[in-house]
Design a protein around this ligand. Structure first.
Ligand SMILES: *[C@@H]1O[C@H](CO)[C@@H](O)[C@H](O)[C@H]1NC(C)=O
Ligand SMILES: *[C@@H]1O[C@H](CO)[C@@H](O)[C@H](O)[C@H]1NC(C)=O
Ligand SMILES: *[C@@H]1O[C@H](CO)[C@@H](O)[C@H](O)[C@H]1NC(C)=O
Length: 332
């Protein structure tokens, strides 16, 4: 009885997997799948086109060449941390990222690191890694973004305090840049979370709030020199549960839905559609982060990181390892 039940669960999972990839074989490609229990949180892209991947299940940063995605290359393992989260480029080929723990473990501090990949050769030469700052007052650092080209400031969303820290990459100075009622956390599924993904477009900080008012996408005007707010945040769309996002050149936001297993497109007018994935689809199971390619060949390809359904698997299927999926947005 038990084994028959298990078999039908596995079988259902395989059928879902096959039908999902058959429906969208030309649009989506699975580039790489990490082992079971690896949960990817965020994704960035280097100027050479290689992807950088942060897992919440370890403190090891990986890179992946999307033109030859046979192996994920271990870039660096950070000390004193159990998870990596937001990652952003702040100088050509120099990235900042967040390391930390889950909020229940206060013994592990939240740290912003610099990873200099200039001249870095995968597998042979080590990257230059240094600590930018420790944030003892932070509760849950999540999304990270660079303020403006040439600026020393990066912004970090604190999902549990419901505010934005700013960190100077040269001096390590840390203070609160923005605090707005639309960034506030509420508790769902046993965890308090508010402001989550953050990215800047046309002098506005765009952000998701995963749970407040059912989940929404919002923007706030900011001073590009300091990162402080020049007004109140306003909602762009009430798009439900959502995680991180990438903004294309036309100002459309491509928003990952994490628990809802899809990617939404939110136009600047606030209209929302889900062109890929969906609650019962395994192709973007547990989608967490998204970034557009940077080379001529892949500038219309959206690379999506997933947690493999580690929070909630697609109904009738099982959890898989965190996956990197290439979505050809020209075909959507
Ligand atoms: C690890 O964190 C503890 C507590 O913040 C600190 O005292 C220690 O120096 C850290 N170790 C490393 C290697 O960063
Ligand atoms: C997802 O599948 C469940 C059954 O497993 C069904 O009740 C639900 O309507 C489906 N949702 C969508 C959006 O297709
Ligand atoms: C991954 O875990 C699921 C159970 O959650 C299991 O059914 C599956 O066989 C595992 N896959 C591998 C490759 O270990």
């Amino acid at each position: 009885m038990r084994s028959r039940h298990l078999f039908s669960i596995l079988f259902l999972g395989i059928v879902t997997l096959i039908s999902a990839s058959a429906n969208s074989a030309t649009v989506t490609r699975i580039l790489y799948q990490f082992p079971n229990l690896t949960s990817l949180e965020n994704i960035a892209v280097r100027s050479n086109g290689h992807l950088l991947l942060t897992p919440v299940t370890s403190s090891s940063l990986y890179s992946l060449d999307p033109s030859s995605p046979k192996v994920a290359n271990l870039v660096h393992t950070f000390p004193n941390a159990t998870s990596l989260l937001g990652i952003t480029e702040y100088e050509p080929d120099v990235f900042a990222l967040v390391s930390g723990a889950d909020p229940e473990d206060p013994s592990i501090p939240w740290v912003i690191w610099s990873v200099d990949l200039k001249g870095y050769l995968e597998g042979s030469k080590n990257p230059l890694v240094r600590k930018i700052a420790t944030l003892p007052k932070a509760l849950f650092l999540n999304g990270l973004t660079h303020l403006a080209p040439g600026s020393p400031w990066i912004l970090a969303a604190d999902s549990q305090l419901g505010l934005i820290w700013r960190i100077n990459v040269n001096t390590g100075a840390v203070n609160v840049a923005i605090s707005d009622p639309l960034m506030a956390p509420v508790t769902e599924f046993g965890i308090a979370l508010g402001v989550n993904g953050i990215h800047i477009f046309q002098s506005h900080l765009f952000f998701t709030n995963i749970f407040l008012k059912g989940g929404f996408f919002a923007k706030i005007p900011i001073d590009p020199r300091t990162g402080t707010a020049l007004g109140k945040a306003t909602m762009v769309a009430r798009n439900g549960l959502c995680d991180d996002f990438a903004i294309d050149s036309k100002g459309n936001a491509w928003v990952t839905q994490n628990l809802l297993n899809g990617v939404q497109v939110i136009k600047p007018d606030g209209s929302v559609r889900v062109p890929i994935g969906g609650v019962n689809d395994t192709i973007l199971e547990g989608a967490t982060g998204a970034v557009f390619g940077r080379t001529l060949k892949d500038k219309n390809v959206l690379y999506v990181s997933t947690n493999g359904g580690s929070a909630v698997p697609v109904p009738g299927t099982f959890r898989v390892g965190g996956t990197v999926v290439a979505v050809d947005t020209n075909l959507l």
